[in-house]
Design a protein around this ligand. Sequence first.
Ligand code: VGL
Ligand code: ZN
Length: 240
Amino acid sequence: MLDRRHMLTALGTTALAALAPTALFAATSIKPDDTSALLVIDVQNCFLPGGSLAVKEGEQVVPVINKIAKAFGNVVMTQDWHTPGHVSFASVHSGKKPFETIDLPYGKQVLWPDHCVQGTDGAALSKDLAIPHAELIIRKGFHKDVDSYSAFLEADGKTSTGLAGYLKGRKIKRVFVAGLATDFCVAWTALDARKAGFEVYVVEDACRGIDTQGSLAKAWADMAKAGVKRIQSADIAVSA
Ligand code: VGL
Ligand code: ZN
């Protein structure tokens, strides 16, 4: 005869067996397909230790990105690519210091230390990135009077970088965003990707933030509201 304890065990085992394949495994594993692309944002020397706008723990994203990139047939990388004397540099606004803000014709602009000047070592991609199959490198922020955190649209809100057209031309429907910095170029890219009609995932542990004046919390809130999905690198199926 089954006593109470045995009955519970039997029930428990059956229930677990029924749940395990979907609830514990399949549901947490995302498999990138031909319509998926990984966008690797601004993993450049200026944003890494020793760089002029170093992001805390920025170097830690590199091995994570190298690993998940193996799961993607489509990888696009970006480079922040400013002119000397770019409008986003505090050094060109007299009396202004980095991380202060100013009003520009297109809106509020955070001012930064000089960074990612075209053709300099600081603007080069990290030598530790190992993504030889990356198919496109898109540069942004190259108009002297307009910044561009987003890989899709410049900060004037209307000048396109061409990335949406490229991705649509390649039949991409879902984009996964990783890199630096979570609260600026990653977030603005993710938000514009939503506006352009893509399904969007931000891979949290493959990003690091700058976090100035509450920017990191605000970025996550804005992304959640826009339907951006926040995932971890372990949620992506990468075969060994
Ligand atoms: C970035 C600040 C200034 C970024 C670029 O890549 O997030 N942040 N320029
Ligand atoms: Zn910049």
